[in-house]
Each structure stands twice: as C-alpha cells, then as structure tokens.
Design a protein around this ligand. Structure first.
Ligand code: AHG
Ligand code: MN
Ligand code: MN
Length: 333
C-alpha cells in the first residue's frame, strides 16, 4: 500500500503556503532526531541505557541517561541546518546558542527531550514534546527574553510518542496530523489525518495521590466524576494515569477525556508541576487544534504571558465541555 510520508505531507503544506522552507526543514530535522531517540529508547538495557545519569537538571530533578541522550540528539540534529536562531530545553538552564560555524535562521525551538522519565526503567511509553516560535529580534544570540512569548504565538507544535509504535503528532496551525514510524522504510507514514478530540467522554487522568493537596474546584470536579451514575453527572467515569504526559494526552486526542495536573499545595511555590514553554504550550496548541480546550483553571494556557523559560503552570486540558466545567468551578471559587 502506498502511503503519504511526512516529507510529502510537509512539501504539500509548503505548496499550500502554510509553512516555508525553513519550517519544513525544522520539522524534518526534529523528525530525524525522533527516529534516533526512538532507536535509543527501544534498546534499553541492551545498550546500558536505563537508569540515572548521575546529574541533576535545572529543575533539580535527577537526570536519566536517556534524558541526556535525547537532549544531545535534538541539539546536534538542529544546530547545523540554518533554520534556527536558538534552542531551549528542559534539561538545560540557559538558552542553547547555535555554534558560530553554522548559519542562523528565524525560528526558536523548545523541547522536553524525554517526557515521562520515571517510566523509562519500567518499559512504559515515554515521549518528546516540542514547540516552535519565531525569533522576534535580529540578534545573533537570542536571549531568554526572545523566548518569552505566549503560546498562541507558536507556529508549530508536536510530540513523539515512543510506545508500541513510534508516533509523531504535529500541528502547523491547520489541524492535528499523526505519522507512524515505519521502521523498515525508515520514514514516517501519514496515518492519522485531522485528529479531533471526541466530544463525549468517560475518562479522566489525574494523579489522585495528590487529592488532599488540590484546590476546592478540582476536588469538587473529581468528586463528582467519582460519584458516577449516582452523582450529579449521571454516568460512570473511568480513570487512567500513565504519568507520561505525552501518553496521557495522546489517549485524549484519540478517544477523548480530560487530563489535569492542577495547582496544588505541593507545587504552589513553583507555580504548578508541568512546564509552560515546552510541555503545556505545545500540548495546549495541539489540543485546541483538535477541537479541545486547555486552561490553567483561571486562564487559557495559550494566553499565559511567560516571565521565565522554565516557568511552571497548572494544566487542565482535553474535551472542551469538561475543561469548561472545571474552569467554571474555578470561577465559582
Ligand atoms: P518529565 O519526565 O519531562 O520531567 O515530565 C514528567 C511529567 C509528565 O510527563 C507527567 O504527566 C507528570 O510529570 C507525572 O507526574 P507524577 O509523577 O506526579 O505522576
Ligand atoms: Mn515532561
Ligand atoms: Mn523531560
């Protein structure tokens, strides 16, 4: 069976005027890096790739070997193409500048190289999340300030999911499109055109061990879900929590539902658990492009004006009606 590849899809997007040659190259290069990360993730213990790297990242979290490897793969793949002005990563405190021997382009790339690191050693799906912004200035060395744009300014966003199949899910602002890595061919096949979040849902995803730390609106919402058919919702809900945001969001893009890592007393000082610039923003763009919604509880995620690169935010995203209900409970106090 002849399938459209990612390359062909991107060329068609370029012909339709939705992306330019540099953005096409950028996405192709990210996809190439994703293939390399996928190879490493699947080797696991065979190549001694499980476990800790022995270092901490900027978030004060112990880095896994694969966090470090995935980060290196993305930096190296994206340095030389001439499409980027700079990069930023969950794993590195400062902006990553393009080495002087390479040309510079007009885009900024941000990523969470390996999302769901706690799942690496137990052989559960992990992912990569990325976000693309325009470089607002003409500086050859963009500062942190250049990155601090609200998520609605993203020109592209996506994630890779390293599961039973490796998937690349992408938006350039014209819906959400999914590609499956064909390992024999070495290319991504266009398998999931125009993904949309089903409106009707019976599933929610939240780390319920934090229940006692949640704010009252989230406690109320989850309590109502748990009352099922005997409560105000009049139907039973099911709960899922992979603890890899990529996998949890992919389930929601596939069969609907709501994902929450809300504000709680444990993470209040940091502003939330998940990172705005390379976790919440790209996922919010994808979810909105798929017909869903994404809020902090009090504000649309894509409207949050960032004040620092590694800023954290509360995240509530998924089927629009459920997300709107949680936001309404926040407004009611
Ligand atoms: P990362 O591995 O990039 O640090 O991100 C982990 C995040 C996210 O993927 C997931 O939804 C959440 O942390 C899991 O948190 P809990 O361990 O509290 O369940
Ligand atoms: Mn993450
Ligand atoms: Mn990570």
């Amino acid at each position: 069976m002849r399938r459209v590849t990612l390359t062909q899809y991107l060329i068609e997007q370029q012909r339709a005027g939705r992306i330019n040659a540099d953005l096409r190259l950028l996405i192709e290069v990210v996809a190439r890096a994703v293939k390399a990360i996928s190879v490493n993730v699947s080797k696991g213990a065979l190549a001694d790739l499980l476990g800790e790297a022995g270092t901490d990242n900027i978030q004060g979290e112990a880095q896994k070997k694969l966090d470090v490897i995935a980060n290196e793969i993305l930096f190296q793949a994206n340095e030389w193409g001439g499409h980027l002005a700079a990069m930023a990563s969950e794993e590195v405190e400062e902006v990553h500048q393009i080495p002087f021997d390479y040309p510079r382009g007009g885009y900024l790339l941000l990523f969470d190289p390996l999302d769901g690191s706690s799942n690496i050693d137990v052989n559960i799906s992990v992912g990569t999340i990325f976000s693309v912004l325009r470089n607002p200035g003409k500086d050859t060395e963009p500062s942190e300030q250049s990155f601090l744009q609200p998520g609605r300014e993203q020109v592209a966003a996506g994630y890779a999911l390293y599961g039973p199949s490796t998937l690349l899910i992408l938006t350039v602002g014209n819906g959400v499109h999914g590609f499956t890595l064909d390992r024999e061919m070495g290319s991504f096949a266009y398998t999931h055109p125009f993904m949309t979040i089903p409106v009707e849902t019976h599933e929610y995803a939240i780390n319920a061990s934090n229940a006692r730390h949640w704010e009252p609106p989230v406690q109320r919402y989850v309590a109502e879900l748990q009352q099922g058919s005997t409560g105000p919702r009049g139907k039973d809900f099911n709960m899922r929590w992979v603890a890899s945001m990529v996998a949890d969001v992919h389930r929601i893009l596939t069969r609907g539902g709501i994902f929450m890592y809300p504000m709680d007393e444990k993470c209040r000082k940091q502003g939330g658990k998940l990172r705005l610039m390379y976790e919440a923003n790209p996922m919010a763009m994808l979810v909105e492009q798929a017909g869903g919604a994404a809020t902090t509880g009090r504000e649309r995620i894509l409207d949050v004006v960032p004040h620092k690169l590694h800023q954290r935010v509360p995240v509530i995203l998924g089927s629009a009606s459920e997300v709107e209900r949680v936001a309404a409970y926040h407004r009611e106090g």
